[in-house]
Design a binder for this molecule. Structure first.
Ligand code: NAP
Ligand code: ZN
Length: 350
């Protein structure tokens, strides 16, 4: 075990502060990574503040991790010391169920092991995430970061990127498809870039009028202000697919009117409280689908990173120091981030 610097919340109501965790020495199939950067996902905030049930404290969040390999176990074949690597939202899964065998580790039947707040089968406690200077992960859950991608701006691809890439592919976003992205935050801005690169017609649906110009710069063909009833009405039945990235409790039924016959709305955001029930009439009257999706499998995450390298896609980031993370959470809640905070882990090591 190596004592490792980290930043942790000790309860739902206390700010994150310095904390020391133990990282295991690499076992036969393990890769040890010196973390260079870690993105700040809204899920970190939900978890730290106990907005979802079941947060275990101390809580070290962070699941958009990039860094360099510093040690490998003797059975590791995919990585060597010095490689540029990433870790997303999972660090393990059963490896044996139907989902794992199909490369859908995120849907592991007994449950995947979250990068933080998961059951750590090595320590017997819970897992600690990327707000730390190092992490040890079994090689199957380690991704290669293509050389073409800058490390810091690639970090958010590990969660925000794959969370959009996977459902966009699953629902066949591409030429001839009109795709609406709801919410221009960390996930949403990746959705705009990825859907555009896949060849879809992209429509940004936002509550923030001041984000309209940015949405177009990011690749949206059109912008709808969802708080403007006239704009929502004018866009009725114009879209094939909706990616809902909203982090707050809201009525997703309001967006269903935008869907054409056979359209689908995919829920990606995980608001703290239950959402209202579906407005059944609109669903059955238009043969609509209400769907959900979470991150992506490991092979698909590597495919997404390679797709981003080919299409020159990274996240738009604002770099912060580790000790700015509590302020960053407040700013994220106000929508004051363009469009992902990334922590420079050198500021924790110092
Ligand atoms: P974020 O950067 O804070 O963005 C959320 C966006 O939601 C905001 O920028 C805002 O966009 C919109 N929004 C906020 N409150 C709203 C409201 N009351 N009504 C309508 N829109 C509202 O958060 P994020 O990191 O992208 O994460 C978004 C959600 O996805 C979180 O709940 C997170 O936990 C979840 N998540 C899920 C997965 C998964 O696997 N499914 C993975 C990662 C994250 P506008 O200003 O444009 O309206
Ligand atoms: Zn995330």
């Amino acid at each position: 075990m190596t004592a490792t610097r980290a930043f942790a919340a000790q309860s739902a109501t206390t700010p994150l502060t310095h904390f020391t965790i133990n990282r295991r020495e690499p076992g036969p199939k393990d890769v040890k990574i010196a973390i260079e950067y870690c993105g700040v996902c809204h899920s970190d905030l939900h978890t730290v503040r106990g907005e979802w049930s079941g947060t275990k404290y101390p809580c070290v969040p962070g699941h958009e991790i990039v860094g360099k390999v510093v040690a490998v176990g003797p059975g590791v074949s995919k990585f060597k010391v010095g490689d540029r690597v990433g870790v997303g939202c999972m660090v393990d899964s059963c490896g044996e169920c139907e989902s794992c065998k199909a490369g859908l580790e995120q849907y592991c039947y007994p449950g995947n092991v979250g990068t933080y707040n998961g059951h750590d089968k090595h320590s017997g406690g819970h897992t600690f995430g990327g707000y730390s200077t190092a992490i040890t992960v079994t090689e199957h859950f380690v991704l290669s970061i293509p050389d073409a991608l800058p490390m810091n701006a690639a970090a958010p691809l590990l969660c925000a990127g794959i969370t959009l890439y996977s459902p966009l592919k699953h629902w066949h976003a591409g030429p001839g498809k009109r795709v609406g992205i709801i919410g221009l935050g960390g996930l949403g801005h990746m959705g705009v870039k990825l859907a555009r690169a896949m060849g879809a017609h992209v429509v940004m649906i936002t509550t923030s009028p001041e984000k309209a110009a940015d949405a177009q710069k990011l690749g949206a063909h059109e912008v709808i202000l969802s708080t403007d009833k006239a704009q929502m009405k004018a866009a009725s039945k114009t879209l094939d697919l909706l990616m809902n990235t909203v982090s707050a409790t809201h009525d997703y039924n309001a967006y269903q009117r935008l869907l054409r016959i056979d359209g689908a709305q995919v829920l990606l955001g995980v608001p703290p409280t239950d959402m209202p029930p579906p407005a059944v009439g609109r669903f059955i009257g238009n043969r609509l689908t209400l769907a959900g999706s979470t991150i992506g499998g490991i092979a698909e995450t590597q495919e997404m990173l390679d797709f981003c390298a080919t299409h020159n896609i990274v996240s738009d980031i604002e770099m912060i120091r580790m000790d700015q993370v509590n302020d960053a959470y407040e700013r994220m809640l106000k929508g004051d981030v363009k469009y992902r905070f990334v922590i420079d882990m050198a500021t924790l090591a110092a």
